[in-house]
Design a protein around this ligand. Structure first.
Ligand code: NAD
Ligand code: DAU
Length: 339
């Protein structure tokens, strides 16, 4: 099988490529990535010499380039490429619409033209909006009620994928996963930001009261689910993916501080994120029942593996944090932290 993975230099995409190369050594993988601030080829340094793997630098919005890659006999496209950070979508919504919506359309056009056998859209539980404490978790049938520009761009892409599947018979499947954590996650997201800040004895900026809840999954469990969907997922379906691990941001912060033996005085409550979704929780019965998927990594195991990875790979995140990220952080975050 020849698979085009987009956004493979980012967090989940790089973990997925590593997973597929190991599980299916005969497959050919092409990684198409624009290398935005979040894309980092060091994430794939251990596979770049592998004969099954090839990297192409480029934008998923570039129809000519995407056509050139897909016409090489691509069987399946797995679309991870996206602007993925909610906070950034508050400052630059247009880039989110361009990549997340128009980029998706470009890939699907190419997929149709070259008759690919499967198109997987990696979406998110954020499209369902926010739950209150005591509400039932979201199912695949829950309404789309996006609250951030990021979420609205992902939801728009999902609707477009649905339309291409219904109208043009694109063999598409949509996945909606909860919050991922693990090695190689860009240190702008809660878990890697707080691990690395704590290691540097910097403050941990908790938005609002810190009692916001997310549903967490170890990235390798997510990769296994996508592999199953690539092979057995039914065209036209949406699959929620979740390990059902609900935690408040403060609970996670305290676990990180305890593991690193750092004081709770590093916690700093700062101005809240606008339209901050209070709680995410997903029912993932369909993928469990229909495809036999089960998560294998508990939160306690996963968080230890993750913190240990950031301890061992200080050079990786120090470099990442001193690049374009630092400029962005100084422009937007310092203001927030001081208010
Ligand atoms: P990430 O920000 O770490 O990586 C995104 C990658 O996409 C980067 O390598 C970047 O260079 C690339 N990219 C961005 N714009 C591009 C463009 N126009 N053309 C080509 N490449 C481009 O993101 P992530 O956390 O790995 O998320 C991957 C996907 O999974 C996203 O679609 C995201 O919406 C979805 N998702 C993420 C989570 C999570 O918790 N991180 C949960 C559910 C779903
Ligand atoms: O639910 C899936 C989504 O999870 C993905 O679609 C997104 O790509 C991914 O970024 C993630 O979105 P969140 O907004 O949930 O992730 P983030 O790590 O930005 O924030 C997690 C929680 O922590 C959220 O309640 C906001 C809070 N937070 C975050 C940061 C960065 C803080 O309190 N302080 C912070 O500095």
């Amino acid at each position: 099988m020849k698979v085009l993975v987009t956004g493979g230099a980012g967090f989940i995409g790089s973990n997925f490529i590593r997973y597929i190369i190991k599980k299916h050594p005969t497959y050919k993988i092409i990684n198409l990535d624009k290398l935005t601030y979040a894309g980092n080829l060091e994430n794939l340094a251990d596979v770049e010499q592998n004969k099954s793997y090839r990297f192409v630098k480029g934008d998923i919005c570039d129809q000519k380039l995407v056509d050139q890659v897909v016409e090489e006999g691509i069987d399946a496209i797995v679309n991870f490429a996206a602007e993925s950070h909610v906070d950034r979508s508050l400052y630059d919504p247009k880039t989110f619409m361009q990549t997340n919506v128009l980029g998706t359309q470009t890939l699907m056009e190419s997929g149709l033209k070259h008759r690919i056998k499967k198109y997987i859209q990696i979406s998110t539980d954020e499209v369902y909006g926010s739950l209150k404490e005591g509400d039932d978790p979201f199912t695949e049938k829950s309404s789309i009620l996006s609250n951030s520009p990021y979420s609205a761009s992902k939801a728009s892409a999902d609707l477009l994928v649905r339309a291409y599947q219904k109208t043009f018979d694109l063999p598409a499947v949509i996945t909606r996963c909860c919050n991922n954590y693990g090695p190689h996650q860009f240190p702008e997201k809660l878990i890697p930001l707080f691990i690395t800040n704590a290691m540097e004895d910097k403050s941990l900026p908790i938005y609002g009261d810190g009692l916001y809840i997310r549903d967490w999954i170890y990235v390798e469990d997510h990769c296994r689910a996508i592999d199953l969907i690539l092979h057995k997922g039914k065209v036209g379906e949406i699959y929620n993916i979740s390990s059902n691990v609900e935690k408040t941001n403060l609970e996670i912060t305290r676990m990180i501080l305890a593991y690193l033996k750092k004081p709770s005085s590093l916690i700093k409550h700062v101005k809240d994120r606008p339209a901050h979704d209070r709680r995410y929780a997903l029912k993932a019965e369909k993928i469990r029942k229909d495809l036999g998927w089960e998560p294998e990594v508990s939160f306690e195991q996963g968080i230890s593996l993750t913190i240990d990875w950031y301890i061992k790979n200080k050079g990786w995140w120090e470099k990442v944090k001193s690049g374009e990220y630092l400029e962005y952080y100084q422009k937007h975050y310092i203001k927030r932290e001081n208010s």
